[in-house]
Write a protein that binds this ligand. Structure first.
Ligand code: AMP
Length: 409
């Protein structure tokens, strides 16, 4: 089954065409600056990537370009649209409605729309992607895969905020988490690498990229996570501040004369590594500057590692121990220096990084010493594969029911 995986942002549309049975990537690309001038479309596998300047007034136009590129020209991947068997959409916020991925119908679309209040930019963008695909491929089944579903297992003591209870009742204010598809994937793969059943393991998964989150996964079930009502909470990130004293928000608004949207922008776009270093949201640039003696870059680097360390400590306490800590995403997978800083001083907790293994490059691997009680593992994340797999399973199950005559198409 060929699944088109679509990840629509407010001004971008990322996609991959995957053959699920063969676990083969057939095509991938991204449309950027959709709806504004200077839009471009990057398409093709690494060795055959083409970048085209192209006007895209909206996501419908972007999706039309994607289909053209899949069907024709130097990056052609399929002969006809009939070769796309299903479409999987990444949706950020599934709220209380979706504890797993769902076949898209009118009711699912209405719920994604209703939940847009909790993730305004993200859910509206996903809907634009869904509508664009519906117009161009009306008969292809589509599945929504939610970033939040994996965290619907959190117990109330973890997902509630100590605010007046009516805030939860009236506005659904609670922790939903994010990056769930990534945490679910790396936890599954970690169990394979450890050669132990997932439901017998206590794991802490750290997704450290431009966005960062950590999760506690106890016997295969997510019991806590660092992102909250929105993806602003928790760890320090590239441009997001993560958890701060909530009283700082009204303080800044008052003293800087900022509106709610301005203070939101300050915390989401101007904070984190960028805000502290004053240099960049990109950890590589911050690291380079710190090594040349830039004090604020060094501070940003130290704060980032300390923030991860603190969540590891919290989650060991939450689960009463940990068998393995999993590192993923741009920083987690690639930055040996950051990993060294995160794990330094954790030897009393039975967590011992192997310096030599930490330096080596490779795919999925253990980087703790042989006698470390707690294993440290690197797993490159693959959210697109998870979206394709969920889509395959749901569409396949539906086709079996139709074949057995117990459901209509
Ligand atoms: P992601 O959001 O997963 O693409 O991760 C992006 C982050 O990973 C950026 O802060 C990059 O600087 C960081 N990153 C990627 N490769 C490296 C590397 N080799 N060393 C340090 N940081 C890296």
């Amino acid at each position: 089954m060929n699944v088109l995986v679509v990840n629509a942002g407010s001004s971008s549309l990322k996609y991959q065409l995957v053959n699920v049975e063969q676990q083969k990537l057939l095509a991938k690309g991204i449309c950027e600056r959709v709806g504004s001038s200077g839009a471009f479309h990057k398409h093709g596998l690494d060795e055959n990537e083409h970048v085209l300047d192209a006007e895209m007034k909206d996501h419908d136009a972007a999706m039309a370009l994607v289909i053209d590129a899949l069907l024709d020209g130097p990056t052609k991947a399929i002969d006809s649209l009939d070769e796309i068997d299903a479409i999987g959409h990444r949706v950020v916020q599934g709220g209380k409605y979706f504890d797993k991925s769902a076949l898209i119908d009118d009711d699912v679309i209405a719920k994604i729309d209703e939940l847009a209040e909790l993730a305004p930019l993200h859910n509206k963008a996903a809907l634009m992607g869904i509508h664009a695909c519906q117009k161009l491929m009306p008969n292809v089944p589509m599945v929504a895969v939610f970033d939040t579903s994996f965290f619907q297992t959190l117990p109330p003591k973890a997902y509630m905020y100590p605010l007046p209870y009516e805030m939860y009742e009236k506005h659904s204010i609670r922790k939903y988490g994010a990056h769930g598809t990534s945490h679910r994937y790396v936890a599954e793969r970690a169990a394979v690498v450890l050669n132990e059943p997932l439901d017998e393991l206590k794991l802490i998964t750290c997704h450290l990229g431009n966005g960062c989150s950590a999760s506690a996964i106890d016997h295969g079930v997510a019991v806590d996570t660092s992102m909250g009502l929105t993806p602003l909470d928790g760890l320090m990130m590239g441009t997001r501040c993560g958890a701060i004293d909530p009283a700082i928000v009204p303080f800044i608004m008052e003293h800087e004369g900022l509106s709610t949207s301005e203070v939101n922008e300050l915390m989401n776009k101007k904070s984190g590594l960028l805000g502290i270093s004053g240099i960049s949201n990109d950890l590589r640039s911050v690291k380079d500057a710190s090594e040349q003696g830039h004090e604020r870059a060094q501070l940003a680097y130290d704060m980032y590692s300390n923030s991860v360390k603190k969540y590891i400590g919290q989650y060991i306490a939450v689960m009463g121990g940990v068998d393995a800590i999993v590192m993923t995403a741009g920083v987690g997978e690639n930055c040996e220096k950051m990993r060294r800083m995160i794990f330094s001083g954790l030897q009393p907790l039975g967590i011992v990084l192997d310096e030599e293994k930490n330096r080596q490059r490779g795919f999925e691997r253990e980087i703790s010493t042989d006698d470390s009680k707690v294993k440290i593992i690197i797993i490159p994340t693959n959210e697109e594969y998870m979206i394709a797999r969920d889509t395959y399973e749901i569409v396949y199950a539906k086709s079996q029911l139709i074949e057995a005559g117990s459901e209509t198409a």
